[in-house]
Design a protein around this ligand. Structure first.
Ligand SMILES: *[C@@H]1O[C@H](CO)[C@@H](O)[C@H](O)[C@H]1NC(C)=O
Ligand SMILES: *[C@@H]1O[C@H](CO)[C@@H](O)[C@H](O)[C@H]1NC(C)=O
Length: 683
């Protein structure tokens, strides 16, 4: 059945301010419908179209026959070469069909036994119309490896382990998380040692940390193979191969399965916004043309990223990318995706030099890249239809309206967007303002300025903030004293005392006021010092900053443990009271002189005192629900590095008198640089 036309009323009912843009929104939905209907009619629908990886690349039949297919219309001749045929450039010719797809079937060497050995090297060798011979790594290859002692260029391998060595998933996907508390991680940097960490080490050592901290979602970066380690995984060379630096496909499957067994949802940081420009071990100039997967010329190049931009209007590119998503859902059992670089995709200016003030013309005018937006609509629509519990998150800084509204209501179909303005605000405050200059109204504004009905993931710092050139929040706060004064045996200096206090306040305020999800980059839960930097020529290929110093949080004599325990308490409090999955907070007080912020969410009362010196006794705060309250979480607890001045539990009775627009008030003791969370006693 053809997709139904979007009615303008549906859009206007979501947001009346969209009325002037409704034609554009219907138009982009029409374009989406056309492509979806095409896929329905000519490809058998999403289900078969997104299984391109079973047709393209190397696949094994039940009889041991290996079939290899590759889209390379410009090639005049093509051959499969590899260890299995001693790299003979004539013995295994491929045949081309009318769509430019090459094919070869390599019969089994004996019944059920592939003629191409498991893990052996292979390539495609092509003759171009000019007579030139080019050799490439298959675009859909599932395993590539690098032998630096031989060459920096990757080798393609035929990954086909014997049945006994194939990883078999034991656990079902975990239940759909009611909210997303995301632990963003990079496997390679996840050991304390100056080297690349492995999938196995992550499974054994890091998953349990994530579980203890109360996160329910893991977001793995740098999984798709990238020839350049220092690109942080964002210059992808082989889209269907997982990074072999950290281990084998079977080992990544074990990581994901183990996480599932612990109730953790696992998302893949997917990079479909651009591709590495490498030719020898990437997909650039695959068949000798400039435009196979990409736009030709400058339209196909990203100035700042020095990479190639996909042609989302091309049917085969759609097959490649949509199948890539399906592949990670099926083969690795990922539970969803964080889409990288969505702003760059959605606008022809790629967000370069463009400001977004919130005017709706910025989103729907000439600068909207409709082909890319339609690709994102297809990706979200297909994944949500095939996997109703998939989670998709958009990395978008522009604030595109309807980004997180289902496609059939006129949206782009994501579940969440990342609130990229929040970390920027914290860094700016710490860099440029003294504590008495912090403006409570401005802070609340940034934390609450999001589209109603579209879910946001709030965060204080992701990997972006920790990258070289910048530094972690903890390091902005405490800087060099972290080297000398983090031991419990050293005197508490004003810098460390402030740093430990504000690090907790910043996190809880962001967590409870900033969105419907929360994200932490690994290590920052305990105030990881310094910054991230990958081995590269400019730093003597050092791994010193490309690791996580778990040793400091595991040392019971150091103060990092306080920050870590608070992170766990914060997430577990949300697990119990569920503020992230409820309506946004009602903020009843932003006091610029007292530096106090008060709000209610999920029936909890949050009180923050950012004043650098003042503590307040009997501070009157408004609360809507009458009753007896008690403190269920405070940064002042001794186990969080506080002073134990606030009594946990305690009785706070409301007085039925209006205060700050709330029906009742109660009075609390709120020490300097402390936060309290009160809950109504239910017994
Ligand atoms: C390559 O294969 C062809 C055809 O099977 C054969 O005639 C030729 O001798 C092979 N070349 C080498 C160097 O083995
Ligand atoms: C705080 O910010 C608000 C809104 O931007 C502004 O009206 C107010 O004057 C500021 N207050 C102080 C003390 O800077």
């Amino acid at each position: 059945m053809p997709e139904e036309r979007l009615s303008p009323e549906t859009v206007v009912a979501i947001d009346g301010y969209l009325k002037p843009n409704v034609d554009q929104i219907v138009k982009r939905h029409d374009l989406f419908r056309k492509v979806k209907d095409d896929i329905e009619q000519h490809e058998g629908g999403y289900d078969s179209f997104t299984k391109g990886y079973l047709k393209f690349g190397l696949n094994v039949g039940s009889n041991g026959e290996v079939v290899y297919r590759e889209w390379a219309p410009n090639a005049r001749e093509a051959f499969l070469i590899g260890d299995f045929n001693d790299w003979n450039r004539t013995s295994h010719p491929m045949r081309k069909n009318q769509f430019g797809v090459w094919e070869i079937a390599v019969p089994p060497s004996s019944p059920g036994i592939c003629a191409i050995p498991h893990d052996s090297k292979i390539k495609i060798s092509m003759i171009l119309p000019s007579g030139e011979r080019v050799e490439r790594i298959p675009a859909w290859i599932k395993r590539v490896t690098q032998e630096l002692s031989v060459s920096p260029v990757y080798d393609a391998r035929f990954w086909n382990p014997p049945e006994s060595e194939k990883y078999k998933f034991k656990n079902a996907r975990p239940p759909y998380p009611k909210d997303a508390k995301i632990y963003e991680a990079h496997v390679g940097i996840s050991t304390s040692e100056p080297r690349v960490g492995t999938y196995k080490e992550f499974t054994t050592n890091v998953l349990q940390r994530i579980k203890y901290l109360g996160y329910n979602v893991i977001q793995l970066m740098a999984i798709m193979e990238h020839a350049y380690y220092a690109s942080f995984g964002y210059q992808v060379t082989s889209f269907f191969a997982i990074s072999s630096r950290c281990g084998t496909p079977e080992e990544l499957k074990e990581l994901i399965d183990t996480a599932h067994g612990m109730g953790l949802t696992v998302l893949l940081d997917i990079v479909h916004s651009h591709a590495c420009k490498n030719v020898l071990d990437g997909i650039n100039e695959f068949d000798g043309t400039d435009h196979l997967y990409f736009h030709e010329g400058s339209k196909g190049r990203h100035e700042l990223w020095d990479s190639r931009l996909f042609n989302y209007g091309n049917h085969e590119v759609l097959r490649f990318l949509l199948s890539n998503l399906r592949f990670y859902m099926e083969e690795y059992q990922f539970d969803g995706f964080r889409f990288d670089g969505v702003t760059s995709m959605m606008y022809t200016h790629h967000g370069i030099g463009a400001g977004f003030s919130g005017g709706y013309h910025e989103y729907f005018g000439d600068s909207a890249d409709l082909e890319a937006i339609v690709y994102l609509m297809l990706a979200n629509d297909a994944m949500h239809l095939l996997y109703p519990k998939v989670i998709t998150i958009a990395e978008d800084v522009s604030g595109m309206p309807l980004l997180c509204v289902p496609v059939n209501k006129g949206g782009v179909g994501f579940d969440y967007r990342l609130s990229m303005a929040i970390p920027d605000m914290w860094i700016k405050l710490l860099k440029h303002k003294t504590d008495d200059e912090w403006n409570m109204s401005d802070i609340v504004h940034i934390l609450t300025n999001r589209r109603y009905g579209e879910k946001s993931v709030a965060y204080c710092e992701s990997h972006d903030q920790a990258l070289v050139g910048d530094k972690t929040l903890a390091f902005w706060l405490m800087d060099k004293e972290m080297y000398t004064h983090m031991s419990d045996f050293t005197p508490m200096t004003p810098v460390i005392s402030r740093g430990i206090a504000l690090h907790k306040l910043i996190r809880l305020l962001t967590h409870s006021l900033g969105g419907e999800g929360y994200l932490n980059f690994e290590g920052n839960e305990f105030g990881h010092p310094e910054w991230l930097d990958f081995p590269r020529e400019g730093n003597g290929n050092s791994f010193h900053y490309a690791r996580r110093q778990w040793n400091v949080v595991d040392d019971p004599l150091l103060r990092y443990k306080y920050l870590n325990s608070f992170d766990s308490a914060m997430n577990h409090a949300d697990e119990k009271y569920g503020w992230l999955s409820t309506q946004p907070a009602y903020v009843s007080l932003k006091h610029e002189v007292d530096k106090v912020i008060v709000y209610e969410r999920a029936g909890l009362l949050f009180v923050f005192n950012f004043h650098p010196t003042q503590s307040f006794t009997d501070y009157r705060v408004g609360v809507d629900e009458a009753g007896e309250y008690s403190v269920v979480l405070t940064s002042d607890e001794g186990r969080f590095g506080g002073f134990d001045n606030v009594k946990l539990g305690g009785q706070y009775f409301t007085t039925p008198m209006e205060w700050n627009n709330r029906k009742n008030w109660l009075q609390v003791y709120i020490p300097t640089r402390t936060c309290l969370v009160l809950a109504k006693r239910s017994d």
